[in-house]
Design a protein around this ligand. Structure first.
Ligand code: UDX
Length: 445
């Protein structure tokens, strides 16, 4: 199959490289000259484990190329994926579809022969209809079908998620698209990954419903964590105790500083707006959004409490800035709100992240100092706060850490340590949703 991937950002690049690896002929297109130049020179503009090798392998095999102009690759393509950004629109929280519609307009003139146009970007219900209308308006002769095929990739695990998905969702209105899309995903299909065909609007909604449900699940356990703190219970044991029920499932029940990233905050907000416009409000998700927003700043108060009630004049060392490990993505990272809350309360903040410092710098207050490693970050600090659970923070040399700090206060917003193990080194410890005296539960942690 010949595939044109419009947009070589996170989703486009990962999907393009994986589809090339399936044996398809893929051209990844992006308007940003510098990005395409970098990709042609073998430099990957984002951090995603395994992506460099996958791109290099498929470029070498001649199956993956990069272009700035879309006319030729689209004309040659059997399938054109639209994988451009859909950020939250400033002001109203709706998804900004100008890039998607712009791409549809540009694609239209170049379509030759029967072509499938796939929206891979996360788009609100009804976007496929509009993409179809735009293409028809621009090029009434074009023979095409518009398909919805949402991605469910997690950053940091995107390649394995693409190659071993729980399911592939394909929304079609034109039956001719069924065979073509089955062919595109043939290696997965043969591998028994369920290929779910639905109507187009349903497929568009599945993506939002999935992300909203997961965001709600995280927010649920976060509220349980607060309740555990108030009543002296252990949220990790609660999570395990409920997660062993197959109907609930154990995943996405890690209490923490609130969800962030490029998908959950934006998609929950967009779903809320869509539902309000349709006069069918999704109140659980409205609440999820509000609770999660409040939570991020509440984590600042947690640090204050751990520091004896005030951080004024104190130095707080923040370990981990990205919204989760194994990415350099800072979009809607909880660290941003937490650090701002600490600065507002008079703290000096030093920060370290294994991959995200360059991305974080422009987003953080100019007073934040950046360190070259965890111990350097903790030097002279009155508290160390673990915000992101990078593997390299899981086995810190605690006696070394304590020796460089002014006060041995550890605030662990990801529960990667236990109170008893850090107390041995003289730390006072604050986790999330675990009473200070947390014992190992009979259920295990
Ligand atoms: C998510 C979805 O998982 C993916 O299917 C969708 O396509 C895009 O959005 P991603 O944003 O990469 O992927 O990250 P994910 O690993 O899902 O984590 C999202 C956020 O939730 C992170 O901030 C993470 O720290 C937080 N989280 C996740 C928790 O706080 N607790 C959990 O139990 C799980």
């Amino acid at each position: 199959m010949k595939i044109a991937m419009i947009g070589s950002g996170y989703v486009g690049l990962v999907s393009g490289a994986c589809l090339a690896d399936f044996g398809h002929d893929v051209v990844c297109i992006d308007k940003a000259d510098d990005k395409v130049e970098a990709l042609k020179a073998g430099r990957i503009p984002i951090f995603e484990p395994g992506l460099d090798e996958l791109v290099a392998k498929n470029v070498k095999a001649g199956r993956l190329t990069f272009e700035t102009a879309l006319a030729e690759p689209v004309a040659a393509a059997d399938v054109v994926f639209i994988a451009v950004g859909t950020p939250s629109r400033r002001g109203d929280g709706h998804a900004d579809l100008s890039y998607v519609y712009g791409a549809a307009r540009e694609i239209a003139a170049s379509i030759r022969g029967f072509t499938i146009v796939v929206t891979k970007s996360t788009v609100p219900v009804g976007t496929g209809d509009e993409v179809e209308r735009i293409i028809r308006e621009e090029n009434p002769q074009a023979d095409f079908a518009v398909v919805s095929n949402p991605e469910f990739l997690r950053e940091g695990a995107a390649i394995s998620d693409f190659k071993r998905p729980d399911r592939i969702v394909v929304g079609i209105e034109d039956e001719r698209a069924r065979d073509v899309m089955t062919e595109v995903y043939r290696p997965l299909y043969l591998n028994h990954s369920p290929l779910l065909f639905t109507e187009r609007r349903t497929s568009e909604l599945i993506k939002y419903a999935a992300n909203a449900f997961l965001a709600m699940k995280i927010t649920f356990i976060n509220e349980m964590a607060d309740l555990c703190e108030a009543v002296g219970a252990d949220v990790q044991a609660v999570a395990r105790g409920i997660g062993l029920d197959n109907r609930i499932g154990g995943k996405f029940l890690h209490a923490g500083p609130g969800y962030g990233g490029s998908c959950f905050p934006k998609d929950t907000l967009a779903l809320v707006k869509t539902a309000q416009d349709a006069a069918s409000p999704v109140r659980l998700i409205e609440t999820t959004v509000a609770v999660n927003d409040q939570r991020k700043r509440a984590m600042g108060r947690k640090v204050m409490a751990a520091c004896g009630g005030s951080v004024r004049g104190k130095t707080v060392a923040v370990l981990g800035l990205t919204f989760k490990p194994n990415t350099d993505d800072m979009r809607d990272a909880p660290s941003l709100s937490i650090i701002q809350a600490l600065i507002d309360q008079g703290a000096e903040v030093k920060a370290y992240d294994p991959e995200g410092i360059d991305q974080a710098k422009p987003l953080l207050d100019a007073s934040v100092a950046f360190a070259s490693g965890p111990y350097d970050c903790a030097e002279g600090a009155d508290a160390v706060v673990i915000v992101t659970e990078w593997d390299s923070f899981r086995a810190l040399d605690l006696s070394r850490l304590k020796s460089v700090m002014r006060q041995p206060v550890l605030v662990d917003l990801r529960n990667i340590y236990r109170e008893d193990e850090v107390a041995r080194f003289g730390f006072t410890y604050t986790g999330v949703g675990r009473p200070a005296t947390a014992k190992d539960s009979p259920l295990g942690a």
